[in-house]
Design a protein around this ligand. Structure first.
Ligand SMILES: Cc1cc2nc3c(=O)[nH]c(=O)nc-3n(C[C@H](O)[C@H](O)[C@H](O)COP(=O)(O)O)c2cc1C
Length: 323
């Protein structure tokens, strides 16, 4: 049986590298595409010149399909559509904040399709996933709250089977997957592929500060926390001084005041961690699966290992006998 993710994206392995601002720049995205998965440039909030430069650099490093990340907010979409028209990246990966509308999707997805680009949407709930499909998305990722970065309120094991039951396009599972056991579980739930983010932070090709890679390798279970629950901007990161300060602001203030006070604290905090290596006041966003990541490895080794282990697991599972 063909894998529809591979068919639609013209890739060999149904593994998507989740876009990560400051982390999934051209070297990492190209390495993932070269290893047979889909590399995604984490340029959702980046200036347009940087997006163009990253697309050009990725093309120098790989001749395989790759994606650019954009955010489904109306103010964003006219300008990025001009970049897409000019640069023709093979795949557009649209991240959505909760409340995605199908008419917004239809308007832009039909334009992007007219440039021959495929469209992936990452949805944070089933209603948004359905709206994205109605709007013409080719593939839908549902991401559970185990994942790193901005998260949702439901687990991957809860979202994936619902998405599979209600959608016709292929579903990708994201959040809490870092090895072949996770990928086999996602397939058992009905997903046709996986997206992984945190595991690629420790890839040799990820050009981030070594402090971050060391902290990913050292982190155990219970080492992450979600900040921004009370202000509707939930984000999973490693517990540190920044996370403590954010949690305290949320505990002591009303929603509106907390949102106001959090803004300067959170601003540029991801960059502070990833580029400057500030492990105290930087936002070290990672997913709950971080304890499984114990060494720095090249992307190809990560991807080949996940695929090999997935096949082994599925074979073992197929032999289980039940009465
Ligand atoms: C450090 C970090 C930064 C992220 N930045 C983005 C981003 O800019 N855009 C986006 O769509 N998702 C972002 N994500 C989410 C990932 O693309 C992906 O959905 C998530 O990492 C999957 O869960 P996992 O971490 O359990 O593998 C980020 C995740 C991390 C860990």
């Amino acid at each position: 049986m063909n894998n529809r993710i591979c068919d639609v994206l013209d890739i060999e392995k149904p593994i998507i590298q989740g876009p990560m601002a400051w982390i999934s720049t051209a070297p990492l995205a190209a390495a993932v595409s070269n290893a047979g998965g889909l590399g995604v440039l984490g340029v959702g909030f980046a200036p347009l010149d940087f997006v163009k430069q990253q697309i050009m650099q990725t093309r120098q490093l790989t001749d395989k399909p790759f994606a650019i990340n954009t955010i489904m907010i109306p103010e964003n979409l006219e300008a990025i559509t001009e970049v897409i028209r000019e640069m023709l990246p093979p795949v557009i990966y649209a991240d959505s904040l909760q409340g995605l509308k199908s008419d917004l999707c239809s308007k832009y997805f039909s334009l992007w399709h007219s440039f021959d680009c495929k469209v992936i949407v990452k949805a944070s709930c089933i209603e948004d996933a359905i709206n994205a499909e109605q709007g013409g998305a080719d593939i839908i990722i549902v991401k559970g709250w185990e994942g790193g970065g901005h998260v949702t309120f439901e687990a991957t094991t809860v979202l994936v089977p619902q998405a599979v039951d209600q959608l016709h396009v292929p579903v990708v599972a994201a959040g809490g997957i870092a090895d072949g056991r996770g990928m086999a579980a996602a397939i058992a739930l009905g997903a046709e592929g996986v997206e992984m983010g945190t595991v690629f932070m420790a890839a040799s090709e990820a050009s981030i500060h070594l402090n971050v890679k060391e902290s990913v390798i050292k982190a155990g279970d219970m080492s992450t926390i979600i900040t921004g629950y009370s202000t509707d901007e939930p984000c999973r990161q490693i517990k540190n001084k920044l996370a403590d300060e954010m949690t305290e602001i949320e505990a002591l203030n009303t929603k509106a005041v907390a949102a106001e006070k959090l803004r300067p604290v959170a601003e540029s905090s991801l960059k502070k961690a990833m580029m400057d290596g500030d492990m105290e006041m930087g936002a070290v966003m990672v997913g709950q699966i971080v304890p499984l990541i114990t060494s720095i490895k090249p992307v190809k080794e990560i991807i080949d290992g996940v695929i090999r282990e997935t096949k082994e697991r599925l074979e073992i599972i197929s032999k289980y006998k039940f009465n």
